[in-house]
Design a protein around this ligand. Sequence first.
Ligand code: NAD
Length: 316
Amino acid sequence: MKIGIIGAGAVGSATAFSLIMTGVAHKVVLVDMNEKKALAEATDIGHAAPFASAAKIKSGTYADLKECSIVIVTAGANQKPGETRIDLLGRNVKIFENIIPQIVQNAPDCILLITSNPADIMTDVALKLSGFPKERVIGSGTVLDTSRFRTLLAYYLGVSAKSVHADVLGEHGDSEVLVWSNAEAGTLTLEEYAQDVGKTLDEAKKAEINDSVVNAAYKIIEGKGATCFGIAGALTQICRAIGNNDYSILTVSSHHTDVEGIKDVCLSLPTVINRRGIHHVITPKLAAQEHAKLRMSAETMKDHTEKALAMISQKS
Ligand code: NAD
């Protein structure tokens, strides 16, 4: 599968490395306004490739995106310490107005996979700017947050993260919703599993895990200036599901006509992915409190999306 990546910064280069080393892509094209940086990253990653796969990577221009099955957009401003994802909106809408039409022109049949923050709103912006059907405009959404949630639970409970079924839904950001009510390890609820292995999973422990998941990016950015490996893993998993046509259920973001009564918003719900992109969106079973939190998350997305889409129409 040929995959294009726009933005050769921390996220773009880590993702290119992951796609090449796992063999999920057989060809990667890195495009960045900083051509020197894209060339340097592609050259460096290309030197690692022979240790893992026969995959090839090059830097290039938008014209090199021809025949890409997926184009991942990571270009844009990233959070500085103390900034929220939503603070990036104005800057990244402008960047998307430049990028998205050039992708559409050169790879009209690709699936767009959006990562630049605020990721859900930028997914809606990409949907509008591309004119693609909504099945082909996917946001990385809370795939990363779901992994953070499962990883923390797995460490605490002493079980593989692959055996923990627990999702984060809603915004990839401050209003995201950790779904505790139907989370499982094996066939047991998390509370039953915890009891089985002599651990306490009370409200205080849940609040601690909740806080660690929601604030993970802030802490990583404080320490190293950017997050990149977790999101690279998440993007690789989404590309794998598309390339293998495997109908995986992932908490990607996409456009929904109605979430908890809020119309036309992008956010994450459990979603079946196949080679065409979004195959089916699942309406999750939630506790009353989780329904209310998901509605609040949808409201937050709606407010900011309206502002973002107005920024586009003002210019055109
Ligand atoms: P970075 O600054 O390291 O890289 C951004 C790259 O985009 C730079 O190389 C820059 O030259 C390029 N760029 C900027 N404008 C461009 C344009 N018009 N055309 C082509 N290239 C352009 O940033 P990063 O740490 O890689 O983060 C990138 C984005 O991803 C940010 O918005 C960040 O918040 C977001 N992010 C999202 C997630 C997620 O889970 N969705 C996780 C981490 C980061």
